[in-house]
Structure formats: C-alpha cells, structure tokens
Design a protein around this ligand. Structure first.
Ligand code: PBG
Length: 383
C-alpha cells in the first residue's frame, strides 16, 4: 500500500525536518486560516447611538441601527465578507410579530446596511425566540400556559385556510404516573414545566413569513436556526412564491441543545422562561442523528449547512464534511467566545494564540464558513 511504502522508520524518517524553520512550516501547512469565510454576528436593538456591551461577552454589543451600520462599514473594511443579524425587538408577544413585521428591528437594520454598506453579504437568522414573550423558538400551547388569545386566533386562521395545526404529543420524562414516587418540590416544578407543547406546523407559517420579510428587506442569505421539522422546505416554498428563488438558505441543520449558548441568550434576551429547548434542538450525544438532520435539510432545499456549536462538535463537523458536498459552516458560539475571553482576562491563556488556534482548528475540521464573535480581531491579525 502507498501508505506503507511512504512511511519509513527513524533515522531515515525525521518529521522534524519540515518543522525546522518558519519558512518550511508555512510551506507545508495544510490549512490556511482565512477571513474569507468569516461571518460576524450583530445584535440590533431599538434607539439611536446605542452601544451597550453584553456583560458575559466583553467586546460584543447591542447596537442601534445607526451603530450597526458603522460596525458593518468597519467589518467590510477588515475584509470580512458577511454579518448575521439578530434582533432585540421593542416588544414581544406570543406570535413573534417582531420577527416577521416589515418594520421589525432586523428588517430596519437590513435596509439601512444594504443602503450604506453595499457589497456586504447580509445573513438573516430566522428564529422566533427573541420575539416571543416566553422565549421559545416556536408557538407554545399547553395546559399550564393556556393558549393565549393571540395564539388561538392564529391557529383558527390557519385552520380556516385548511392548514395542518395538530401538535405532535411529546413524551414526558419519567412518564405521567411518576407522581407516585417521592417527588421533591423542584421535581414537581420540572414536571409542570413539561406541561406545554411547542407546536411544529403552525410555527412553520411564522418562520416562512419571517424569511420572506427578511429577504424583502435585503437579506442575501436566510439562515433558519429554530430546529422545527420541515422549516427549510416551508421557507424555500415561501421564498420562491414571493419571487426570491435566488435567495440561498444556510440551514442550522445540526444545532444541538447546548449550554454554550448561555451568553447569547443574555445578548439577545432570548432565554426560555420555562422548560428548555431539548424538544427541538438536538441531543449533544447524537452524531448519527445530526447526519440525518443535515440530509433532511438538504432534501428540503438547503443550499448550505451548519453545525453548531463548533469546538465541542468538531467530530460532527468533520463527519459532515466527509459526507456532504455542499458549503459547510460552523458557529463558534457565545459560550466558546466567553470562555476564551474570560481566561484571557484572567491572564490564564495567551489570548491571540488561543483565538487563532480555535478558528484554525474549526476550519481544519471542515468548515469553510465560520460564524464567530472573534471575526474582527482575527481579521486584524490576519491582515
Ligand atoms: C436562536 C439562536 C441562538 C443562537 C443562535 N441563534 C440561541 C439558542 O438557540 O438558544 C446561539 C448563538 C450563540 O450562542 O452564540 N435560536
């Protein structure tokens, strides 16, 4: 075999020969870290002249539209090709009006950035959690959170149009009869919190509306991050029907229910008020299921796929790179950023070195596109 004849033993073979000098090391380097696939996340909020630092993400800000425009000009001048927009709406409700309204905060920002910073690729994160009063990524109903008037009206509307609205019942951990066990107060509370449903199919309607309104506002790429079943197909159809056949979809295809999103939820004010996201985001233990999620999204029409988070999931990223021949993105999420920042601020690590190594390794594992809060700092070092 080629491999056998190529590998000789010491002292003939000395791998250190190619590591002797900077020139040699750079000559044989397999992965070259490049900002050409960087995407910089922005959190847009109402107001004017607002630049509010996120407590758990030093260097990351909530920006009003005017400030976001300035930020984008800087991003572009650093050679970063793209930004992804998240929104902090003026108000929230149970049908995520702020997500799909043409006057929504993200839509306003997209229009202004398109006008002032042409040429920057604008990516819209399509999700509802930032715009829902309860912080979940879909429509919530259940015995505890009785169906609100807004939701009831919306469901009635869908039914009148002959659309599917039936919830798929979700199993309750421990089973409904586990009350016979000795239950602590916190267990009872946890069980009560399971007493709700995230409605899949009605949520698709809102996601599709959100995607269309984002495309209308000038988004170049639509990136659904909600993890509802069937969202890519629903969004593709809606975009096509609205005349946006050429707007690509980057699907957060393998998005795990991760503790690493903590700081983001502070930045975007999107933490769920009860329960968690485990009935829609993926179990961190499952690589095979991630491959299936990706496959399904591609079948539904995704043009690009994403694995998220990045560093704890490099095996998932690598497997996706081997299996699928579409552009592959990774999201180095808020918790990954916060950990490196915090250790650096304590003087425990060499900040620049660790930041660059983390990005290089994500690219080595297979991501050609990297969403990262380090984009600006890394691009400066690479210039
Ligand atoms: C919206 C969304 C989240 C992130 C990106 N889009 C939060 C979540 O799913 O809870 C996380 C990004 C990050 O942590 O940097 N659903």
């Amino acid at each position: 075999m080629v491999l056998e004849s190529a590998v000789m033993a010491f002292p003939i073979d000395r791998p250190r020969r190619l590591r002797r000098t900077d020139a040699l090391r750079s000559f044989v380097r397999e992965t070259r870290l490049s900002p050409e696939g960087f995407v910089y996340p922005l959190f847009v909020c109402p107001g004017k002249g607002v630049r509010k630092e996120v407590r758990s993400m030093p260097g990351v800000f909530n920006l009003s539209v005017d400030e976001a425009v300035k930020e984008c000009a800087e991003v572009k001048s650093l050679g970063i090709p793209s930004v992804i927009l998240f929104g902090l709406p003026e108000s929230k409700d149970e049908v995520a009006t702020g997500a799909w309204a043409d006057s929504g905060i993200v839509q306003q920002a997209a229009r202004a950035i398109k006008r002032e910073v042409p040429g920057l690729l604008l990516m819209g994160d399509v999700c509802l959690c930032e715009y829902m009063s309860h912080g979940h990524c879909g429509i919530v109903t259940g015995q505890e959170a009785d169906m609100s008037k807004e939701v009831a009206e919306f469901i009635r509307d869908l039914e009148a149009q002959g659309k599917r609205t039936v919830a798929i019942p979700q199993p309750k951990p421990g089973g409904a009869t586990s009350a016979t066990a000795v239950a602590t107060a916190s267990m009872v509370a946890a069980m009560a919190a399971e007493n709700y449903e995230i409605l899949n199919d009605p949520t698709l309607e809102l996601l599709a509306k959100t995607a269309v309104s984002q495309a209308r506002a000038g988004m170049d790429i639509i990136a659904p991050s909600d993890m509802m079943d069937g969202r890519v197909g629903a969004i593709r159809t809606a975009l096509d029907d609205a005349g946006f056949q050429n707007t690509p979809i980057l699907s957060y295809a393998a998005k795990f229910a991760s503790g690493f999103y903590g700081p983001f939820r502070e930045a975007a004010d999107s933490a769920p008020h009860f329960g968690d996201r485990r009935s829609y985001q993926m179990d961190p233990a499952n690589l095979r299921e991630a491959m299936r999620e990706i496959e399904l999204d591609l079948e539904e029409g995704a043009d690009m796929i994403m694995v998220k988070p990045a560093m704890p999931y490099l095996d998932v990223l690598h497997e996706a790179r081997l299996r699928f021949d579409v552009p592959l993105a990774a999201y180095q999420v808020s918790g990954e950023y916060a950990m490196i920042k915090a250790a650096a601020l304590n003087g425990w690590i060499d900040y620049e070195r660790v930041m660059m190594e983390s990005l290089l390794c994500i690219q080595r594992a297979g991501a050609s596109v990297v969403l990262t809060y380090f984009a600006k700092e890394a691009a400066r070092l690479l210039a």
